[in-house]
Each structure stands twice: as C-alpha cells, then as structure tokens.
Design a protein around this ligand. Structure first.
Ligand SMILES: [Zn+2]
Length: 303
C-alpha cells in the first residue's frame, strides 16, 4: 500500500523509543549515516504541463536538504516517452533533460533505464539507436546495468526492461546474461559490505493489488513487476548483505519487507505524469540515510 507519511512518522517515533542504545550513540555522534541519497524516479520530462519548472524545483529541493545529499539515484523513465516517437521529438526530450540537469544540479547522478527510455519503434530495428542505445549514449553509459561503491555501500543498478517472448512489448526481467553478472557481482562483494539495488520495475511490490472494481481476481502483468522475482529473491537469500531494493514505475509508494530485504517503490517525481497525484501518492522523491552496518532511514518528500 502507499505508505502515508504520518504512519512513517509514527513508526519512527516508536522505533526511536525502543532503540535507546542507538539514541545514546546518536547523541554522541557515533551513529551517523555514512551516505545520504536522493532516489528520484519517473521524471518523464518533456516541455509541457509545467514539467521543466517543476523538475527544476525538485532538484533545488534535493540540494536544499540538510544534512546535504551526497548523490542522486535516478530510477528511470527519465524522459516522457521514447516509444513510438519520431527522432526529433526524442532529441528534444533528451536535450531538455541534459540542459535542466546541467543548470539545476551539481550532484552526481547515477541512472538505470525505464521502459520509456527505450525505443521499441518497429521501423527502426536496423538502426544503431534502436532499443537502449540512444539513452545510453545520452547518459554516457556503456552498459544498462552497472555498479559502484560509495562510502562503504555497494550500489547495483539493474536493467529491468526487456522484450517479451513474442518480441512486441516489454516485461520486467533481468535475462540470463544480466542475472549471471548480478550473481558474480554479489559473490565478489565482501559479505560485510551492505548492498543497495535499484531497478526501474519493482522486484517485489504490493501495489499491484490496488485496483478498482475487482470481482474475484487480480490480474498482474509482466510489465508491472519483475517476472523473475523468485529467482532474484533466491539469490539475495544467499547474500544477507543485500539490504534495500529501490524501484519506481508504478508512480505509487509502498514498502515490502521480505527475508530482511526492504523493497521500496518510491512514487514518482512526475506524480501522475505531471497531471496531479497518482491515486493517493503525491509527486515526490525519497531521501535515504544509509549507515555503515546496513541499516537505513527513509522518507518521502512531496517537494
Ligand atoms: Zn513511469
């Protein structure tokens, strides 16, 4: 379910009361987070609906946070939509993206791609920009999945979006090659190093059960949540240092805890695609305080 902000505040109050030893450490300054991250997702930028001004406001809001944010994780659906668009419309969306980020943000930004950052245009299959290559070029990335280490945390950025078996539309999955890479990546990460994973499509979410007019069953589409969830969870189960998975895609917010891994779907910077709020979830982004021992605090900022 999208988590009301009040509930989070209430829970925080309870955990603070229960965790007296940590509180003592905090007073002494020994229990400070080592890394402060802003997770933005589903910006869907285009020159319409006031989106450029609102996104600039969001970036300023991030940089006004106190204590300061160290870096931004961008969970994809960066531009409004590349699917079925012609090249000039796509060029304009990316030029706008690069301009605003350059003008309004001085923070490092690390990306994964969303389904709207991929060009599945039927007539462009033989062109070099087909698929993910155009967005990778714009973001100066050599691979749609990658990792880095910051302040003792391993950050893994996954590529959720792949063509379905009939090759016509996307579903959420890693595919064999990326899964093997993830397996190797986790094997090579020290067991004491906490891991944060970001994907565009949620690996695990309860949000798909929020539907209107359900009669006797829910329908879950392979494009709404990863279809290889069980396989990924099985891998995480072998690596207890995987602590936190971030996603977007659904433009709503929830928090699922499974096998001590927290799965956070963090709303959308664009809310309902720059048309107000999506169900009960306002436009926003998440702030995450990451501690050396793998703990974290999180909150949603309706900027
Ligand atoms: Zn989206």
């Amino acid at each position: 379910m999208p988590e009301p902000i009040q509930r989070r505040t209430a829970l925080k109050g309870i955990s603070a009361a229960l965790a007296t030893p940590f509180l003592g450490d905090k007073i002494l300054g020994a229990d400070k987070p080592v890394l402060r991250v802003a997770h933005i997702t589903d910006v869907h930028l285009k020159n319409d609906l006031g989106a450029p001004e609102k996104f600039a406001k969001c970036l300023r809001n991030i940089q006004d946070q106190n204590p300061k944010i160290d870096l931004i994780l961008n969970g994809g659906d960066i531009v409004f939509d590349m699917n079925k668009e012609n090249l000039s419309a796509i060029d304009a969306q990316w030029a706008l993206w690069n301009k605003i980020v350059k003008q309004e943000s001085s923070l490092p930004m690390h990306y994964c791609l969303g389904n709207h950052d991929v060009w599945w245009h039927e007539n462009t299959k033989d062109q070099p920009i087909y698929g993910k290559q155009y967005a990778l070029n714009q973001l100066q990335l050599t691979s749609p999945y990658h990792s880095f280490v910051s302040k003792g945390w391993k950050i893994i950025l996954l590529d959720s979006t792949h063509l379905d078996i009939d090759n016509t539309w996307y579903i959420g999955k890693l595919g064999d090659q990326q899964f093997a890479w993830l397996e190797k990546e986790l094997n090579e990460t020290p067991a004491t190093m906490p891991v944060l994973v970001m994907s565009h499509i949620p690996i695990l979410t309860a949000l798909l059960m929020i539907e209107d007019n359900i009669v006797n069953r829910w329908e879950m589409l392979g494009g709404d949540m990863h279809t290889d969830t069980a396989k990924i969870i099985g891998l995480f189960y072998k690596h207890k240092n995987v602590k936190l998975c971030l996603s977007g895609h659904l433009h709503m917010r929830d928090k699922v805890l499974y096998n001590n891994v927290t799965y956070l779907c963090n709303g959308a910077v664009s809310g309902a695609w720059w048309n107000g709020i999506r169900r009960e979830c306002p436009a926003g982004y998440a702030v995450l305080d990451l501690y050396a021992d793998g703990r974290f605090d999180e909150r949603y900022v309706a900027y």
